[in-house]
Write a protein that binds this ligand. Structure first.
Ligand code: ATP
Ligand code: MG
Length: 326
């Protein structure tokens, strides 16, 4: 892509100081987000998706340490900003919809108050203007009777409505980047489809870049332009959505796609799973992280970690045998 990225993450590593020792949760991760485009971060539970996004928001818990890397946004490295400057970026320029969104609303404030607050913090506007704008936003995310809903508490809204309210809150200040961490996982499929449509529509209108975190490849196919596949804290394959779905190169990506049900899957047929479990993040070795689960692994995989290499197609993959396996 020749366009300049809005957000670019270089060599980001995050570790946690735990009782069991140092856990390297994210290791040398690189990716870029472009205006109006969606990057999906995909991988199994525990692979470092949330930790990566919390690092961008500078919301990691105290025991976490960013041990290397930079996060460039708007000509500055977010990792070097002071607290006040970071507060004005957070919510205003970069907003996030958190994992487990249905518990993210505060039960003691009304929906309207919670959205208006984001506006009052970041914009020079009066309370009346904030209320009007909040009602416009509620209307925009298709919450019916916005004026009435403004005064309702979270428990009075259905799951899908709460999710729409959270989208309204994240988008209140028209951020340049939206990070959505599994925003539709807790919703049933039809409501999920509606929310994804809405996000795409709002993205078009505001031209924002989205980082969409999910382990659901069906959702990826629906919403992503580019995809980064993470495994054990590292990006092991990246490419545009067609490359990933039509010509996956990494054995792990192939495994993920094979474990997805298709229209040809018969009722009662067992889906393929990837055998084995993720490596220990405490004692990282020089081996390929996926070696113990990989059907193609050879001696070299146990000795040398493969690095991301660019293919002729422009996709990148970290596997010693990415050119030979089919
Ligand atoms: N508070 C913490 N203390 C110690 N280690 C942590 C903490 N939070 C995360 N980790 C480590 O970081 C790794 C990555 O966690 P992360 O939450 O980013 O996973 P994830 O990909 O978002 O998974 P999920 O799909 O389940 O949300 C975990 O495997 C864990 O080892
Ligand atoms: Mg997570």
């Amino acid at each position: 892509m020749s366009q300049k990225p809005v957000l670019s993450i270089k060599d980001l590593s995050v570790s946690f100081a735990t009782e069991k020792g140092l856990c390297q949760a994210v290791k040398k991760v690189n990716f870029a987000v472009y205006e109006g485009k969606t990057l999906a971060l995909v991988g199994e539970s525990g692979c470092g998706k949330s930790v990566t996004s919390l690092a961008v928001m500078r919301l990691l818990p105290d025991l976490a340490n960013v041990s290397s890397g930079s996060i460039h946004f708007n000509g500055q490295d977010l990792l070097t900003l002071n607290k006040n400057s970071m507060c004005s970026v957070r919510g205003n320029d970069i907003a996030m919809i958190f994992q487990e969104p249905l518990t993210a609303l505060n039960p003691v404030f009304t929906i309207g108050e919670q959205i208006a607050e984001a506006l009052l913090i970041h914009k020079r506007i009066t309370k009346k203007q904030a209320k009007d704008r909040t009602c416009e936003l509620l209307d925009r995310v298709r919450i019916p009777e916005a004026r009435k809903r403004f005064d309702e508490y979270p428990f009075q809204l259905s799951g899908g409505m709460k999710q729409r309210a959270l989208i309204a809150m994240a988008l209140a200040c028209e951020p340049k980047i939206l990070i959505a961490d599994e925003p539709t996982t807790a919703l049933d499929v039809t409501i999920q489809a509606g929310i994804l449509e809405l996000m795409k529509e709002l993205q078009k209108e505001m031209n924002m870049g989205i980082i969409f975190i999910t382990h659901d490849l069906g959702v990826v196919a629906e919403i992503a332009d580019a995809v980064s596949i993470m495994y054990a804290g590292e990006v092991i394959e990246e490419g545009d959505v067609y490359q990933i779905f039509e010509n996956p190169r990494h054995p792990y990506t192939k495994g993920l796609l094979e474990s997805m049900p298709t229209l040809q899957t018969q009722k009662g047929e067992k889906l393929k799973t990837i055998k084995g479990s993720v490596p220990n993040l405490f004692n990282r070795t020089e081996a390929c992280n996926f070696e113990n689960r990989c059907a193609y692994a050879k001696e070299v995989c146990r000795k040398e970690k493969p690095f991301l290499e660019e293919e002729a197609s422009g996709a990148k993959v970290a596997c010693h045998f990415h050119r030979t396996i089919s």
